[in-house]
Design a protein around this ligand. Structure first.
Ligand SMILES: [Zn+2]
Ligand SMILES: [Zn+2]
Length: 116
């Protein structure tokens, strides 16, 4: 099991998103992988379309500071009614692009398995 980097939900498999974490970019110039679950991936996709600016210090996915950030509305499961709560996360443009890449890659994989 692994925890989603955005909502913290544990899942057997997560969607890998390749982000540019500037704090380790020297060691990993090609980017580093972050795991998020499918729900959050879809929320990132919606947020990428809406592009609602949010005031935050850093991107919640890659940790980059001093870049334009956008609001991502996610739902965090809780153990009492109503069993989930809304939370806002901040994400940068490069992470949005990374999410879109992941979505495209997943769709391509689905197509391939369809043809087999
Ligand atoms: Zn999540
Ligand atoms: Zn980011």
């Amino acid at each position: 099991m692994a925890d989603c980097e955005l909502c913290g939900v544990a899942r057997p498999t997560l969607c890998p998103v390749k982000v540019k974490d500037l704090s380790v970019i020297a060691a990993y110039p090609g980017g580093t992988w972050r795991g998020i679950n499918e729900e959050c991936l879809n929320r990132c996709h919606e947020a990428n379309i809406d592009r609602t600016p949010i005031k935050a210090k850093k991107c919640d996915l890659c940790g980059t500071r001093n870049v334009p950030l956008f609001q991502v509305k996610i739902q965090i499961p809780i153990f009492q009614e109503p069993y989930q709560r809304d939370a806002n996360k901040a994400m940068c443009e490069s992470c949005f692009e990374a999410c879109e890449d992941t979505i495209k890659r997943r769709e391509a994989e689905k197509q391939e398995s369809h043809h087999l």
